[in-house]
Design a protein. Structure first.
Length: 281
């Protein structure tokens, strides 16, 4: 799961808020592309790093509370400081040194998609009540808004739906909708803003209409806008289902970054995460 999140993130990052011309010319799964901020091809961003934080917390068996979650966010950022965060949140994380600093200084009023982008691992909790509550708790730390909370829950529910084989992908949107308060648009055709509502609309649209990993990536990027989050969540969620064919070109695996917290680390953490999830039942 985490490997696929990182691949979607790294591929999508090359097209995040890119021109329509770049998307039309290069969204063909032949190469990773550099992000306009200077993120090197094949390198993931905040979407993956914050997903790692929540995955590590689940593996650790520590209590799921405000302190432990924020402690993980700070720890993962400080040990591997990287681009991809919004300017404001990057500056905030750079300026603090502890969970206490985070909780004292954060202004959690965002409607953006930051709480949603990191929520795929939460779906591995074994019952829906825990999924909803844990997604809500971590979302409220940074996105204590109706959109922020519901978008986090939607991503976690989609992950949970496939991981626990609740039903086919045709019923995915109905399942997510039945447990969230916002009416999602599963026929989204517009560009995706850095917004929890639009991100979930695009995510559900591609998950319902794609048959393979390659199709998920191409369709996610084709929206335009904040596409790395859509691609990361879509590929991470799809990796938990047998209904999507893994037809990704080999280079997406081979050229994904592999330093201390790169490809090999993601593979090992994903294995540990599934083992931890099996003990939660």
């Amino acid at each position: 799961m985490l490997l696929e999140i990182a691949i979607g993130d790294a591929y999508g990052a090359g097209f995040e808020f890119a021109s329509k011309e770049k998307v039309a010319s290069f969204n063909n799964l032949t190469a990773y592309h550099e992000h306009g901020l200077g993120i090197a091809p094949g390198h993931y961003t905040d979407d993956t790093q914050m997903s790692i934080a929540l995955a590590e917390l689940i593996v650790s068996s520590a209590p799921w509370d405000e302190y432990t979650i924020t402690q993980k966010f700070v720890e993962c950022f400080k040990r591997d400081q990287r681009l991809g965060y919004s300017k404001g949140f990057y500056a905030f994380l750079d300026s603090i040194n502890s969970a206490e600093d985070f909780l004292a200084q954060i202004k959690p009023n965002s409607k953006a998609n930051g709480a949603a982008m990191r929520s795929v691992p939460i779906g591995l909790f074994p019952n829906i009540e825990d999924v909803l509550n844990n997604a809500k708790l971590q979302a409220k730390l940074t996105h204590d808004t109706t959109i922020g909370i519901n978008s986090s829950q939607a991503v976690a529910l989609a992950s949970h739906y496939f991981y626990y084989q609740i039903g086919s992908k045709q019923q995915l949107a109905e399942f997510v909708q039945s447990h969230t308060e916002i009416q999602w648009d599963c026929q989204w055709q517009k560009e995706v803003a850095c917004c929890g509502y639009e991100t979930i609309n695009a995510l559900l649209t591609v998950l319902l209409n794609a048959e393979s990993y390659s199709e998920l990536l191409i369709k996610s990027v084709a929206f335009g806008g904040d596409v790395d989050t859509v691609a990361a969540c879509a590929l991470g969620i799809a990796s938990l289902s047998e209904e999507y064919v893994n037809d990704l070109p080999a280079f997406l695996y081979e050229e994904l970054e592999n330093k201390q917290y790169g490809k090999d680390y993601l593979i090992k953490l994903s294995s540990d995460l599934q083992e931890a999830a099996s003990k939660l039942k």
